[in-house]
Design a protein around this ligand. Structure first.
Ligand code: BGC
Length: 773
């Protein structure tokens, strides 16, 4: 009996000690030892976690300062009537502090101050398992929600550069600035294919073409998730939004999308496949429903397509309060518990954001509706992210070490270069541009966007005045020797004064040149007045308010006029295109947009950007896309031109380029054979320049209707004055594929047409046919 007790005790001691030794080496738990492989660390940590600690990893909250602002500035009614604010009824910011200490929160967003980031991480260190927080931020074009960060051109401008190396460089820098300011995960790239200009978020996309969007998205992911520098400066990218919210009914953000599976697979999914292939480690689901299924509960899309078909092995995050909206907006779930079930069952890994997730999910596991194994799957992915980022070793930002990493000389240079390469010269009649310094005695400058921060674009918070250059400031910095007469009409597009507009005529008459800066306003900090950006859908794409009248008055003066558009979506500025000699699409060119624009006006920089999206004439011309089907323009409008105002791929230069000698390496190829096509491009001017050469293909006859052309490759090249270069493009079998009845890729025998040129317009393309046997 005594022996039996002795052995029992010994057994217990051995068992306890044995368990511990399998978890710990030299007193340090396996998961805290950075020399162990990530899988081993994840297994070890997972084995120590309670169910509550696991589900907590799936929970995200908004930052404390963000909550405090809502607590201070919002009325009770505002808080109750909208879920758009970072506020949780019945939960104070001080309660959130305790939740972190108790290990009940895994992630934060909207933490825009590095001190707050460090503070939150210090709270997490007090929790039982000391699991660091994953802090996410919308660093869409630079980590621009942070005061003092470098603000690059918005993605539609970055796409206009057609320069993947530049996008990568900007993304590497963004990652550094993020880590220097406390975030390790960015909700970017937005790889939605944007074909409807009414949608307010066009500016944060790479435009309308699946291939260009994919190339840009991949460049951004590779730059952000860069593995060539130490873990502590790596971040995780997030491809969003799955899927097709860019083509919602009526162009309203979050409204239902109803598109065929063919369109989804041909147009909207390729950029996701490219992102997955590039190793993107998170994906965000979309606000909208697709064909009757809310994206946040779409098991087919999240699990079958994204994970099983495409091979995604990272984690999926919900969009802002969209799990709640399964019950409160889509009415596909009766309550929050059911909403949590539907979304997790469909494949969701993290809840953005707030307290209504932890309890319902635990209840679902206790009730046996969700298995703990299913929770483990999500937690595994989330922990893997934290280990990969080196957060267990480097959760804190050392301010001394990192302060030189933000808005430094190199990043400022990149922002300027990006702006220079993103501004598109749409029209230049009689070579009004470039301007000669000293030629104009007086230049009249006006327009609501001439002297404000709208150049910074959406997803930007107010930046220090010294950190950005408005268009007016850029013109002044240019030291052209001309007197600048600036007429301030305010920045409020909706409420411009008729008196100002009328006064423009007289003021313009007294000048030798006029520059009118019009467009849109994406000021996030002036949410109620903005006309563009998130949740700012429009029912028309004309210039807002009296802007067109202002331009008309200036043109009426007879003074040569340049219109500069600063905007986040294509604008149907037909009158301007017809009546103004020089038109520039600047998009939202970022913090040095003013300097870049002036350098282009004065010819110090030769414009080279091209449209990543068609500019339609009016809202009624939607969808004006270049890759349309053959019958798209079969019959014409009776009240308007049917052609776009400016085609996809269009953009002028001060140089002139000539395309000659389009030569295919073979006229007939087998289905699995690649071939090449070459072209001579010459700079026939006396000015050095950069040109974006585009290759399109068309499958001439196919059982399924095929687009009249599809972009398959492009090259941005520099050409000295008088120089000719021979470019070669490969045409590979994947470029010839279409999707059959079952959406399997297929190539049919027959004729294909290759087109190479400077835009998607037929007049700009040389063509050559080849045959597949
Ligand atoms: C947007 C997302 C964004 C999130 C967090 C949502 O409203 O749709 O794109 O990442 O907010 O800010």
């Amino acid at each position: 009996m005594l022996y039996a007790r002795y052995f029992l005790l010994l057994g217990i001691i051995l068992l306890t000690f044995g368990c511990q030794s399998s978890h710990e080496i030299n007193d340090k738990p396996i998961y805290l030892n950075a020399s162990n492989p990530i899988d081993t660390r994840v297994d070890d940590l997972l084995s120590r976690m309670t169910l509550e600690e696991k589900v907590a990893q799936m929970c995200q909250y908004v930052g404390l300062d963000h909550m405090k602002q809502a607590e201070q500035n919002l009325s009770k009614e505002e808080m109750e009537s909208s879920d758009a604010h970072g506020f949780y009824p019945n939960l104070h910011s001080s309660d959130v502090v305790k939740l972190v200490e108790q290990g009940k929160i895994g992630s934060f967003l909207h933490v825009v101050d590095v001190k707050e980031a460090n503070y939150l991480q210090s709270l997490a260190q007090k929790s039982r398992l000391k699991i660091p927080l994953l802090i996410g931020i919308d660093a869409i074009h630079g980590t621009a929600l942070v005061h003092g960060a470098t603000v690059y051109p918005t993605p539609i401008g970055m796409a206009s550069t057609w320069d993947t190396e530049l996008v990568k460089k900007m993304s590497v820098e963004t990652a550094l600035e993020m880590r220097a300011t406390g975030a390790a995960w960015t909700f970017t790239p937005n790889i939605d294919v944007a074909r409807d200009a009414r949608w307010g978020r066009v500016g944060e996309t790479f435009g309308e073409d699946p291939f260009l969007v994919s190339e840009m998205g991949v460049a951004m992911i590779e730059g952000l998730q860069n593995t060539n520098y130490p873990d502590s400066f790596n971040v995780i990218a997030c491809a969003k939004h799955l899927i097709a919210g860019s083509e919602s009914i009526n162009g309203l953000n979050g409204a239902p999308t109803d598109l065929s599976e063919r369109t989804i697979r041909e147009i909207h999914l390729p950029s996701y496949q490219a992102a997955v292939d590039a190793g993107v480690f998170s994906v965000m689901t979309a606000h909208n429903e697709l064909n009757g299924v809310a994206c946040h509960a779409d098991k087919w899309m999240m699990t079958e397509v994204l994970r099983n078909e495409m091979g995604f092995d990272g984690f999926i995050v919900s969009d802002w309060m969209d799990i709640e909206r399964l019950a409160t907006r889509h009415f596909v779930a009766e309550d929050q518990t059911e909403a949590c079930f539907q979304t997790i069952d469909a494949g969701m890994d993290m809840h953005m954001h707030g307290p209504d997730f932890l309890e319902p999910v635990m209840e679902l596991v206790r009730a046996g509706r969700l298995s703990e194994e299913r929770i483990n799957e999500s937690v595994r992915r989330l922990l893997e992210a934290k280990f990969k980022l080196g957060l267990f070793e480097n959760a804190f930002v050392d301010l001394e070490k990192t302060k030189a990493m933000v808005f430094n000389e190199q990043h400022r240079q990149t922002a300027l270069e990006a702006a220079q390469k993103s501004i598109i010269l749409l029209k230049n009649e009689n070579d009004l541009l470039p301007l000669k310094k000293g030629k104009h005695k007086k230049i009249f400058v006006t327009g609501p966007n001439a002297n404000n921060e709208t150049i910074l674009g959406d997803w930007t918070w107010e930046q220090p005045q010294d950190n950005f250059v408005t268009i007016l400031e850029g013109l002044k910095n240019a030291n052209s020797g001309s007197e600048i007469d600036f007429m301030d009409v305010g920045s409020d597009l909706r409420n411009m004064s008729q008196k100002d507009v009328d006064a423009a005529l007289g003021r313009a008459k007294k000048a030798d040149l006029a520059i009118v800066v019009v467009g849109e306003n994406s000021f996030r900090w002036d949410w109620k007045n903005k006309t563009c950006g998130e949740n700012s859908g429009r029912s028309s794409i004309e210039l807002f308010g009296l802007q067109q009248q202002l331009v008309e008055q200036v043109v009426k003066s007879g003074t040569p006029t340049i219109v500069v558009l600063v905007n986040g979506r294509p604008l149907g500025v037909e009158w301007i295109a017809e009546n103004v000699p020089a038109v520039i699409e600047a998009w939202e060119p970022g913090c040095f947009g003013g300097d870049a624009l002036a350098q282009i006006l004065y010819g110090e920089v030769n414009p080279s950007a091209k449209l990543p999206i068609t500019i339609p004439r009016s809202v009624g011309h939607q969808l004006s896309i270049y890759n349309h089907k053959p019958t798209h323009h079969f019959h014409k409008y009776v009240d308007a031109e049917s052609t776009p105002l400016y085609p996809f791929g269009h953009g002028l230069s001060y140089s002139t380029y000539e395309y000659k000698n389009l030569v295919l390496s073979k006229e007939t190829i087998a289905k699995n054979e690649a071939q090449s096509i070459s072209i001579d491009v010459s700079n026939t001017s006396n000015r050095d320049g950069e040109e974006i050469v585009q290759l399109y293909l068309n499958d001439k006859h196919c059982r399924f209707t095929r687009p009249v052309k599809e972009l398959k490759a492009f090259q941005r090249i520099s050409l000295k004055a008088g120089e000719t270069k021979t470019l070669e493009f490969s045409i590979t079998p994947d470029m010839l594929q279409y999707l059959d009845h079952n959406f399997n890729p297929r190539i049919d025998a027959g004729e294909f047409v290759a087109m190479v040129g400077c835009s998607s317009a037929d007049k700009d393309l040389l063509k050559a046919s080849f045959f597949v046997k």
